[in-house]
Design a binder for this molecule. Structure first.
Ligand code: SF4
Ligand code: SF4
Length: 449
């Protein structure tokens, strides 16, 4: 009997050893071969051994973004109040304010005034977390400064030295979860990420004492380093020295450069949109979480009214979603200048604008039509930008306009190109359409199907 049970144990052990854990997808595999196929945003989950959870976690599979309400309840203790206009758009909100890091406390090379970088460094400095997953730069040469290379930081110096600045290209940050799982000294983790990554991370059991998530806004991310080059060459007169860009509320793209002096403002209506067609990742045409609903604290720019200054002096806005988010923000409370953000509602002025831009973009995407209001001569484009910044939506209304446009465009794009995936559209996006744009996506889907 002894021999029998020993043999049984040996057989069982060899059987368990033979049951290989799900294997990460090999590096270099084209996105179309990932589980979400062309919709994949390469969040990194499938580049890790958590790939076994992809069906329950991926923002583009099954219910996808539709899991947001359920995950909001699990993460923040409640779902967003869909009857409250601010929460309908910006998600569960404890506080929503403008902020910037005081001039003397700004970290070097930050994309804006350094709120995210400062919080991540302080969380390590004060021992609130053992490690931070952030996004470093791929290199120090031209273009590489904006290419992402996810990094697991253990010290404030690593955060401050490697992570500052926005890297506007898809980044597989979740692949670092394997390193976290292997390292027993990491019990509390801070994850810095965008909506699709956070959505996937929230659906996993990471076996940590505490997971903090500091999110950023994200829309229309660039699909690859080559596409980033193409974009910068089309937009900037000095693409090789660019270290950051952003679409700002003055209707220009701000491009900043490595010497800290050169600074371009390119009117959005002068952008050569035909050349920019293949720049945005396909996943980002199927994204419904610009505001990063499942982060504890979100720092973004899109609701911050134009202050007429450069990005590195410009306020951003933040949304505290729960007590973990509040603890993160409090780490740098002494370094922050905080201001009220007006919640004045001016819905009427943005609805027509969002519809017009959506229709025009879809004509270009589906029919290859020449855009009517883009690619204008520089002086006309500058005048149009000036007029719009005086008369168009600003502040929170600008952000809502941008959310409306992206959600409408993406709902139509998804229903036309991948109708079998339409179930990923979350309740808040459907509610916004029903409230402000009834029947709009149905009409356009019929037009392009
Ligand atoms: Fe996997 Fe992430 Fe791609 Fe979904 S988006 S298929 S979870 S890598
Ligand atoms: Fe992910 Fe959405 Fe950002 Fe694309 S736009 S990278 S899908 S969060």
């Amino acid at each position: 009997a002894m021999f029998g049970s020993a043999a049984f144990v040996a057989a069982f052990a060899s059987c368990v050893a033979g049951m290989r854990a799900p294997q990460p997808i090999p590096k270099g595999t084209p996105l179309e071969r990932y589980p979400a196929k062309s919709l994949c945003s390469r969040c990194g989950l499938c580049d890790s051994s958590y790939i076994g959870k992809v069906k329950e976690a991926c923002a583009f599979l099954g219910e996808g973004w539709g899991r947001t309400s359920q995950l909001e309840a699990a993460t923040h203790g409640r779902q967003r109040n869909l009857d409250d206009e601010t929460e309908l758009y910006f998600g569960v909100t404890q506080a929503l304010q403008l902020a910037k890091v005081r001039a003397e406390r700004r970290p070097r090379d930050a994309g804006w005034t350094g709120i995210v970088t400062s919080i991540a460094a302080a969380a390590l400095e004060r021992g609130v977390v053992d490690a931070v997953i952030g996004v470093g730069r791929a290199g120090t040469g031209p273009y590489e400064r904006m290419e992402p290379a996810p990094v697991l930081c253990r010290t404030p110096a690593e955060v401050l030295g490697r992570c500052p600045g926005v890297k506007p290209v898809l980044a597989p940050s979740l692949e670092l979860l394997d390193q976290v799982a292997r390292d027993n000294s990491i019990r509390r983790l801070l994850f810095l990420g965008v909506g699709c990554q956070v959505q996937a991370a929230r659906a996993l059991d990471l076996n940590l004492e505490e997971l903090y998530v500091l999110g950023t806004n994200c829309a229309d991310n660039v699909r690859s380093p080559d596409a980033l080059k193409k974009f910068l060459r089309a937009v900037s007169q000095s693409p090789e020295t660019a270290i950051g860009f952003e679409f700002m509320q003055d209707y220009t793209v701000h491009v900043k450069h490595v010497d800290g002096k050169r600074y371009e403002r390119v009117p959005v209506f002068s952008l050569p949109s035909e050349q920019l067609k293949d720049v945005i990742a396909v996943s980002c045409y199927s994204c419904f979480d610009y505001v990063n609903s499942l982060a504890d604290l979100v720092v973004g720019y899109m609701a911050a009214p134009d202050e007429g200054v450069q990005m590195t002096q410009h306020s951003q806005y933040y949304v505290v979603r729960n007590d973990r988010g509040r603890r993160l923000l409090e780490l740098i409370a002494d370094d922050l200048e905080v201001n009220e953000l007006s919640r004045a509602n001016d819905g009427a002025s943005r609805i027509g604008f969002a519809k017009q831009v959506t229709e025009q973009d879809l004509e270009t995407l589906f029919l290859g039509a020449k855009p009517k209001i883009w690619a204008l001569p520089d002086w006309v484009a500058r005048l149009a930008a000036k007029l719009l910044s005086l008369t168009g939506p600003s502040g929170l209304e600008f952000a809502k306009n941008s959310i409306d446009y992206h959600q409408l465009r993406n709902a139509i794009h998804l229903r036309v190109t991948t109708p079998q995936s339409a179930g990923i559209i979350p309740e808040h996006a459907r509610r916004i359409e029903a409230l402000h744009y009834p029947g709009f996506t149905d009409t356009l889907v019929k037009r392009y199907l």
